[in-house]
Design a protein around this ligand. Structure first.
Ligand code: ZN
Length: 87
């Protein structure tokens, strides 16, 4: 980590968000990484985040779709944006 940077994690998908000190704050409501917004600018649902992460895990770790989906669902459910929600 370089001095002067502040690494946080996206509350929706857990991806590292690297903010340099002095950067302008994101617009209201834009507290997630770009990958957690649809092309129309609305935030993705939990289901969409899980599906995206599962596809990434299946590819990166060479897991079967059912195993990667299980891991992704568990990981996403523990993130601040979704914690305590049932879906
Ligand atoms: Zn994200």
């Amino acid at each position: 980590m370089t001095a002067g940077t502040n690494i946080e994690r996206c509350p929706s998908c857990g991806a590292p968000l690297i903010k340099k000190l002095g950067d302008a704050l994101p617009p209201a409501g834009m507290d997630r990484c770009p990958g957690c917004y649809r092309s129309d600018g609305t935030p993705k649902s939990q289901q969409e985040i899980v599906a995206g992460m599962a596809a990434y895990l299946a590819d990166a770790l060479d897991l079967s779709p059912s195993v990667s989906l299980e891991i992704a669902a568990e990981r996403v459910a523990s993130l601040p944006a979704w914690r305590g929600r049932t879906r």
